[in-house]
Design a protein around this ligand. Sequence first.
Ligand code: AMP
Ligand code: TRP
Length: 330
Amino acid sequence: MADKKRVFSGIQPSGRLHIGNYVGAMRNMISLQEDYYCIYGIVDYHAMTVRFDPKEMEKSIVDCAVDYMAAGIDPERSVLMVQSTVSEHSELAWILNTITPISWLLRVPTFKEKRQQNPDNVNMGLLDYPVLMAADIIVYKAEVVPVGDDQLPHLELTREIVRRFNSAFGHVFPEPEAKLGEVARILGLDGVSKMSKSLDNCIYLDESKDEMWKKLSTAVTDVRRKRRTDPGKPEDCNLFTMHKAFSKKEEVDYCARECSTAGIGCLDCKKILLENMYGELEPIQKKQRELRSDKEYVYDVLKQGQRKAKDIAIKTMDDVYGKIGISSFH
Ligand code: AMP
Ligand code: TRP
């Protein structure tokens, strides 16, 4: 463990995971376990920057842990933890706040979006969200961060904060790099906006085959292909992006060729996609059901994750206290 480079990524416990999360971030989170020491956080403090129901929070966290493990995060090899249980995240965020200009945060695209979506709840946490995210990553001195492409501005900001800290106080943190999924962005069923829990345009990881088909069969494809006999443009079709994420190369090539020559219709293409998508998700769903019936085990994993994560975070904070001149008091 000691010689392995570290990875950190986080997912908000704000509902069921969807195929965008899976393809954009989780697949890399799973494969990076081979070569890195991975720490994966269920970032509850981030989820609290929008209105939430405290009665649902615990269940959402447990569901999120179940989804992580069902998809292939192995708690024997990696650390699975709840962000708020390692208070060093928010402590470091405070220190980083003091070196982060407000002007950097006002420019962040997700802040601008959320500010528009929730005009009656533009709270400090929303503005400060990327600073806490930077702290999540660097409190473990993580060097690689598997995420979807919507997180790139946050990662860039993290790197700027790291540069600022290191040059103001002395070198403590490496500059982390984003690791994007092969398909780094999946659009929603409308084919226009990003697939996102808050927009209700998702295919979820725990969807039955029937539910999945209902959604796929009505999902928007290349809007210019009006009739079955019109040739389509795969590159303008969100379903084709999903194919690239779930189907083998031969099938991707077949669908591209037959779509662009009007050889097959969209429904034919969607049927192939359904088989491949459901084929990959079915074993995950089986594991989800098993884990959901063993909650004690899930709580135990999170407890152990807290311990392992805290051990690392404490060491980093010792370095930080030293650099900022308060180590004698800690
Ligand atoms: P969130 O659901 O916002 O907590 O996102 C968790 C992870 O999934 C982040 O790394 C996101 O970048 C990624 N992600 C979320 N939605 C999508 C999407 N539609 N396509 C690709 N990646 C996504
Ligand atoms: N902002 C991320 C999202 O919405 C979640 C997140 C919080 C995260 N802290 C992180 C992702 C640290 C990667 C690393 O998806």
